[in-house]
Design a protein. Structure first.
Length: 149
């Protein structure tokens, strides 16, 4: 009924070894934070997000830049989005710029969308990155020809 064969099979690796190692999943990175007690002189460039609660003298380029209430940047700021609660002196170039009520901005702003909260201080020029679409002008309808009598 039941029989046992003693044929030896080649040893097989453990089942765990047969599993393919999957590539690590991309993890949302936490922002790089410049603390209140830090002062940086130089340029910051990253593809990630940056939060500045200290002082920075130089240009900053990142995906998203947040300047905290105690934060200050003296230089050019370039990002997809810039959120200002502290002080910026220089130039801001971003698709989205939000100035909180505690913001103190003495900079020219080039943006697509700008929000300025009541109480924010802003001294500078503001211009759009993209020109607004020109309004469509309707052509005047041709005058009807007088009917022949």
């Amino acid at each position: 009924m039941f029989s046992k064969t003693n044929s030896q099979k080649p040893s097989q690796p453990a089942p765990e070894a047969n599993l393919k190692k999957s590539a690590p999943r991309p993890v949302a990175n936490a922002p790089s934070i410049l603390g209140r007690d830090l002062t940086i002189i130089g340029e910051i460039r990253t593809d990630g997000d940056v939060q500045i609660d200290g002082r920075h003298e130089g240009n900053v380029t990142a995906s998203t830049i947040t300047i905290g209430e105690q934060g200050a940047i003296s230089g050019d700021v370039k990002a997809k989005a810039v959120y200002v609660r502290g002080k910026v002196t220089g130039k801001i170039n971003a698709s989205l710029v939000e100035l909180a009520e505690t913001a103190n901005v003495q900079a020219d702003i080039i943006q697509d969308k700008l929000t300025i909260a009541n109480g924010a201080f802003f001294d500078g020029k503001c211009s759009r990155r993209k020109q607004a679409a020109a309004p469509v002008m309707k052509k005047a309808a041709p005058k009807p020809k007088p009917a022949a009598s």
